[in-house]
Design a protein around this ligand. Structure first.
Ligand SMILES: *[C@@H]1O[C@H](CO)[C@@H](O)[C@H](O)[C@H]1NC(C)=O
Ligand SMILES: *[C@@H]1O[C@H](CO)[C@@H](O)[C@H](O)[C@H]1NC(C)=O
Ligand SMILES: *[C@@H]1O[C@H](CO)[C@@H](O)[C@H](O)[C@H]1NC(C)=O
Ligand SMILES: *[C@@H]1O[C@H](CO)[C@@H](O)[C@H](O)[C@H]1NC(C)=O
Ligand SMILES: *[C@@H]1O[C@H](CO)[C@@H](O)[C@H](O)[C@H]1NC(C)=O
Ligand SMILES: *[C@@H]1O[C@H](CO)[C@@H](O)[C@H](O)[C@H]1NC(C)=O
Ligand SMILES: *[C@@H]1O[C@H](CO)[C@@H](O)[C@H](O)[C@H]1NC(C)=O
Ligand SMILES: *[C@@H]1O[C@H](CO)[C@@H](O)[C@H](O)[C@H]1NC(C)=O
Ligand SMILES: *[C@@H]1O[C@H](CO)[C@@H](O)[C@H](O)[C@H]1NC(C)=O
Ligand SMILES: *[C@@H]1O[C@H](CO)[C@@H](O)[C@H](O)[C@H]1NC(C)=O
Ligand SMILES: *[C@@H]1O[C@H](CO)[C@@H](O)[C@H](O)[C@H]1NC(C)=O
Ligand SMILES: *[C@@H]1O[C@H](CO)[C@@H](O)[C@H](O)[C@H]1NC(C)=O
Length: 739
């Protein structure tokens, strides 16, 4: 309760206080409004501000030239110098505007005598004023009016004038003072007094009835706008129009004036002296950044550039300094505060945090991605490593290092992918029971055959590395060379030398027309193949059984040298019985009949298969044909039957039937028959076969050497379109030794 009353009184006290403060502030504001007059002197007269050096009253102006009268007429005050009324005074431009009356000459209609003739001269001689030569023009208005300004410059008199003429009212244009009804002319600098004179010695009776008067005056050009009514009426007669005066502190230049400090007009600090542009004398200006009255002590005051929000030169915060200002961007922004609108908000904390968070998110993502990639790589290499280990890669590597000069290497998966264009189908050169063979080109431009095996079982995997090293060590000119392998894949790949001319099967049973293959070539291929197999059986360590001897596994290089290939079924001679079971393979028609019963693969199995190859060479027929009786389907049984009934000749290939080496052919046939013995023990060893074939070859060569110059019986080049040279005039004398 008590509080309520107290609060109300407190409120009233506060309100009063506020009011007082406001009043005080207002008073201070008015007191601090700059005064341009001397202290104790009248600042204005009517609407016109009177700045020092001008002044009203005896001791308020710099000198008599600036001492004005503030005359009251009809209740309004106006400043006068003698009879010249001042409209306004500018300190900064050194100009003042006064009223000047228009001089006129009017005619009576009846006579050419003037009815009104009045000039209004201005004489400001010995005063600090000159007529502005830039802003004023001597202007004449009328229809037959010639007027002159008579001026005194120093001691000389000047005349300057112009003629305004017009034919009728219609020729006049409002606003245009260019000769028709109105003309104007410039005046020189330095003029301080003038008078107007009209020239009136011509007959104006033609025009007086619509244009009774002619006018002339010195007038501020911008303040005068011609109107046709000036010509047709007496409206302009005695009118007051503005005239601009240049004023200055007279008769001394700035340099001269500065010498006498007591008479120097620019008394304010931060003021500058400027020589007058119109007549001798000087003006004072406040220095840049200051404004006020330089003619008063401390008259030049600093401009508060920041005071007015609308003219604030800064785009940010403005701080006033003596004679200048500084700008700075508000807190939380940056940029150039002196240029409009360039204080831009600095990224706020929130934005910073957002940026930080997104940046770290991106970083995190990148790191995660990197880790993923590294892991994936590792996983891949782990997989490769797993396969590598599985196929005995370590052992293989160790072995390779042990054997000096072994041209065998382990290829990476990428290398082989590159060589075969990612195992493109167009690079496939053969499909076999054991896998697919691709042609590939290595980085060193070596052409290779890459064999991609079919999936092999666990047991074989363990042995793979071991077997590869055995195969790699085989070095025989009639055996396709194993150049390397790739273990880091699910199914290992073998890289062989590339043999260019296909295989024996293609040569004998290839596309029609059949290539003519002479007996000597057949014998050579047989002998070379036999040597290769014999090498595998007896010279390799451990001995190797080919297991799949057939014509398509005997490859031919570009010189048609035989190269035994496809070790898909190759095994080092098995040591225990368990292994036999896993090795049921081979090709129908070539299979050892005993092997089919016992599943026991021996070197004699290869001998049997080779016997079939010999038959193919002799007969040019497939090992198995799908025609004829069951007996006739197998070439070997067909052959054995034919041998019994002495029908070999019918079975022989037509290409060699006519050759005269029939005895040699018979010897080969006999050899084939022993190879094809049902019982293994009755078959010769591969070494024996090779020796016998070698012997027969020599025999053939010998008889050629002894009885006939060598005729080229060989065929040339590609299997398909080979050109065959065959000499029929050949005379061969057989001399066959009995075995
Ligand atoms: C003007 O100044 C003079 C000398 O400085 C002085 O004698 C005179 O009284 C002053 N007149 C007025 C009206 O103050
Ligand atoms: C003075 O005022 C009267 C009435 O206000 C007016 O008729 C007269 O023209 C004025 N005189 C001057 C010189 O302005
Ligand atoms: C000021 O007016 C008075 C009276 O009208 C006159 O005597 C005096 O000469 C005038 N002074 C100036 C500078 O015009
Ligand atoms: C001077 O007076 C004229 C007319 O009265 C006015 O248009 C102009 O703005 C004034 N100039 C100054 C600087 O006071
Ligand atoms: C007009 O001028 C002539 C001489 O120039 C003079 O004789 C005559 O009286 C004048 N008329 C009037 C009305 O002033
Ligand atoms: C006008 O008056 C002046 C002097 O006041 C005189 O010299 C001049 O001849 C007169 N002109 C005319 C046309 O009356
Ligand atoms: C102008 O006034 C001065 C004195 O102030 C005088 O000597 C001069 O003759 C006058 N000039 C004219 C054209 O009346
Ligand atoms: C300036 O000098 C002229 C003569 O050269 C003189 O008539 C005039 O009074 C002087 N004015 C001032 C303000 O000293
Ligand atoms: C010029 O302007 C005046 C009024 O300002 C008007 O009476 C007159 O008809 C105008 N003349 C022309 C030619 O437009
Ligand atoms: C002026 O001209 C008119 C006609 O053009 C003529 O009637 C008149 O007499 C002339 N006056 C004089 C003084 O020559
Ligand atoms: C300096 O000016 C004052 C006042 O105008 C004058 O009395 C004095 O003689 C002048 N001194 C010189 C050296 O001109
Ligand atoms: C500065 O910006 C203000 C308001 O955006 C605009 O009115 C003014 O014209 C600009 N000044 C300059 C020099 O660009």
């Amino acid at each position: 309760m008590e509080c309520k009353e107290n609060c109300v009184t407190d409120g009233i006290v506060i309100l009063w206080g506020l009011l007082l403060i406001q009043l005080l502030a207002l008073q201070l504001a008015s007191a601090s409004a700059p005064s341009n007059a001397l202290p104790g002197c009248q600042q204005r007269c009517g609407d016109v501000e009177i700045p020092y050096p001008f002044g009203i009253g005896p001791n308020c102006s710099m000198n008599v030239g600036f001492a004005l009268n503030c005359t009251s007429s009809n209740g309004t005050h106006k400043p006068f110098l003698n009879d010249v009324e001042f409209l306004n005074i500018s300190l900064s431009s050194g100009q003042a505007r006064i009223f000047n009356r228009v001089s006129a000459l009017c005619h009576d209609g009846a006579s050419s005598n003037a009815t009104y003739n009045h000039s209004w001269p201005i004489n400001l001689t010995a005063l600090p004023y000159r007529f502005s030569s830039t802003l004023n023009k001597f202007t004449t208005v009328g229809c037959q009016t010639v007027a002159f300004a008579t001026m005194i410059h120093k001691t000389h008199q000047y005349w300057s004038g112009c003629t305004a003429v017009c034919e009728d009212v219609g020729s006049l244009t409002n606003g245009s003072c260019s000769g028709t009804g109105c003309c104007e002319t410039a005046i020189p600098k330095g003029i301080s007094s003038y008078d107007v004179q009209f020239l009136d010695n011509f007959n104006s009776s033609d025009t007086y009835w619509f244009s009774p008067c002619g006018y002339a005056m010195l007038v501020e050009e911008a303040a005068f706008e011609f109107s046709t009514s000036y010509v047709t009426t007496g409206a302009l007669r005695d009118r007051k129009l503005p005239l601009v005066l240049d004023w200055a502190v007279r008769n001394k230049t700035c340099r001269q004036a500065r010498r006498n400090r007591t008479s120097y007009a620019c008394v304010s600090d931060n003021s500058e002296c400027v020589d007058s542009g119109n007549g001798p004398g000087y003006l004072c200006n406040c220095s840049q950044g200051y404004q006020g009255n330089p003619y008063l002590p401390h008259g030049c005051r600093d401009i508060d550039e920041c005071a007015n929000k609308d003219t604030n030169p800064c785009s940010g915060h403005c701080k006033n300094t003596q004679g200048g200002f500084t700008c700075h961007c508000p807190k939380g922004t940056n940029g150039n505060p002196y240029i409009n609108g360039t204080c831009n908000p600095i990224l706020t904390l929130r934005v910073n945090v957002a940026i930080g968070v997104s940046a770290s998110l991106v970083t995190l993502m990148i790191i995660t991605l990197c880790i993923y990639i590294i892991r994936e790589r590792k996983r891949l290499t782990d997989v490769k490593e797993k396969y590598f280990q599985q196929y005995g890669g370590r052992l293989l590597l160790a072995e390779i290092e042990k054997i000096r000069g072994l041209a065998f290497r382990i290829f990476t998966k990428e290398e082989l992918e590159e060589a075969t264009n990612k195992f493109d189908m167009s690079n496939v050169i053969g499909h076999g029971g054991n896998g697919t063979v691709y042609k590939g080109v290595l980085k060193d431009y070596r052409v290779v055959a890459i064999k991609k095996a079919k999936i092999i079982d666990e047991k074989q995997k363990e042995e793979f590395g071991k077997e590869v090293i055995i195969l790699a060590q085989i070095n025989h000119k009639n055996i396709v060379k194993l150049l390397g392998c790739c273990l880091e894949v699910e199914v290992p790949m073998l890289v062989y030398e590339f043999v260019s001319k296909g295989n024996l099967f293609q040569l004998l049973h290839g596309k029609s027309p059949r290539v003519h293959v002479i007996f000597e070539t057949r014998l050579r291929i047989a002998a070379e193949s036999a040597e290769a197999l014999a090498y595998l059986h007896s010279s390799a360590s451990p001995p190797i059984i080919h297991g799949d001897v057939k014509s398509s596994n005997i490859l031919l290089d570009d010189r048609h040298m035989a190269k035994v290939a496809d070790f898909g079924a190759s095994r080092s001679a098995p040591m225990n019985e368990v292994q036999y079971v896993t090795l049921v393979q081979g090709t129908l028609g070539y299979l050892d009949p005993e092997y089919m019963q016992t599943y026991e693969l021996t070197d004699k199995s290869d001998v049997y298969s080779f016997g079939v190859v010999l038959l193919e060479l002799l007969t040019g027929k497939n090992a198995v044909s799908l025609e004829g009786s069951e007996e006739a389907r197998s070439l070997s049984s067909k052959f054995l039957v034919a041998m019994k009934v002495n029908g070999l000749y019918e079975l022989l290939d037509d290409q060699i039937k006519d050759d005269e080496e029939i005895e040699l052919i018979k010897a080969v046939a006999a050899l084939a028959r022993t190879c094809l013995s049902i019982k293994r023990e009755e078959r010769p060893s591969m070494k024996d076969v090779a020796e016998e074939l070698g012997r027969l070859r020599k025999l053939k060569q010998n008889c050629l050497e002894h009885h006939k110059p060598i005729a080229s019986f060989d065929y040339d080049h590609d299997l398909g379109d080979a050109t065959i040279y065959h000499s029929l005039e050949q005379e061969v004398v057989m001399s066959i030794e009995s075995r």
